[in-house]
Write a protein that binds this ligand. Structure first.
Ligand SMILES: [Zn+2]
Ligand SMILES: [Zn+2]
Length: 340
């Protein structure tokens, strides 16, 4: 770096408290690059952390969904990456450890999460960076990580036979992305369930065929009517509420697949009869993180109806306000512009 050596970063201090701190700009080391953050998204996980529902150490800088510009590259990094607009996986993935080989790159055992994106700059492994395609703007490119989480989840499923039906409960960002990827996978009919009217109209744009409001319509009745009483092939829960999981069981066909997209609070348990699970041969897929799907997700984004997905953009100092807005489910995705 030339003249400035310090930057602003928001440190999480527990609850919904953050302090604005002046800290050193991280120095690039081999195989890393320094990113000037353009956009950092607030994730459901960040909200869960501030609510004590997801374990995280305190006094760290959060933020793992971001886009920005490469301003410095370390030894071993292609110089052409310099000044490119990129998005990056929070964890690069070494590709050689057991987790990388047998599980996913986002679960790398050498996981070097260097810092969070709620700061002006962040250091990342060059291996995890991806240049943003021309037909995607840099703000929307920050949606790559959540899109990868949803895609990684959907990619675990066995593709159902023809006349397939999927149900997606909860149409926040991850629910919408799940609708999109299920449609892309070739599911014939998607039924989505969401209380908020604005989210229901987005669900239609993302590929839902039937959108229902569960406060006025019985989802189980609709699923029954649409599947000749047999049940849906796939039921995705994108709320993160164990009580909703219980209701999923009534919607699913024998040998159906259940997808846990939403993040459940630690300490919650499966709320249904395990005999029924066994007898009906139901598969349950848990999914966490971007898996190996980051680049594929990035390539899908330009084709998605993202015009109204960013509900608000805040300066770095107003991170707590943006987290609160996100927690109130008042929109879809709130972002921070640390260098605005
Ligand atoms: Zn996330
Ligand atoms: Zn690894």
């Amino acid at each position: 770096m030339t003249e400035t050596y310090s930057m602003k970063a928001m440190t999480w201090r527990g609850g919904n408290n953050f302090t604005s701190d002046q800290v050193n700009i991280p120095s690039v080391i081999d195989n890393t690059c320094l990113i000037e953050i353009d956009t950092a998204g607030i994730c459901g996980t960040d909200i869960h952390i501030t609510q004590g529902l997801f374990p995280s150490p305190e006094n760290v800088v959060l933020g793992h969904e971001f886009s920005g510009k490469v301003v410095e590259v370390g030894k071993g990094v292609d110089k052409n990456l310099l000044y490119q607009s990129i998005t990056a996986q929070p964890v690069g993935g070494c590709g050689a450890c057991e987790n990388c080989k047998k599980w996913s790159l986002s679960h790398c055992e050498k996981n070097q999460r260097r810092a969070g994106a709620f700061s002006e700059y962040v250091l990342v492994d060059a291996k995890g960076t991806y240049i943003i395609p021309d037909n995607l703007n840099i703000e929307n490119a920050a949606l790559t990580e959540p899109a990868a989480c949803s895609l990684s989840c959907v990619e675990m499923l066995r593709k159902p036979l023809s006349k397939s039906t999927a149900v997606v409960i909860g149409n926040g960002l991850l629910g919408l992305l799940t609708i999109y990827f299920l449609k892309h996978m070739g599911i014939d009919k998607i039924i989505s369930s969401e209380i908020a009217q604005s989210r229901r109209s987005l669900a239609k744009k993302f590929g839902s065929d039937i959108t229902i409001d569960p406060s006025t319509t019985d989802l189980a009745e609709v699923v029954k009517a649409e599947t000749n009483g047999y049940g849906a092939d796939i039921v995705a829960e994108a709320v993160g509420n164990p009580n909703v999981i219980k209701s999923c069981f009534d919607l699913i066909r024998p040998r159906g697949q259940m997808l846990l997209v939403g993040v459940h609070p630690k300490g919650s348990y499966l709320p249904f009869d395990l005999y029924d699970l066994h007898f009906n041969e139901i598969s349950i897929f848990g999914a966490f993180g971007a898996g190996n799907s980051f680049e594929r997700a990035l390539n899908h984004l330009p084709n998605m109806p993202l015009e109204t997905i960013i509900s608000g953009r805040y300066p770095l100092d107003e991170l707590a306000v943006a987290v609160e807005k996100s927690a109130n489910a008042e929109g879809i995705k709130f972002v921070i512009g640390p260098n605005d």
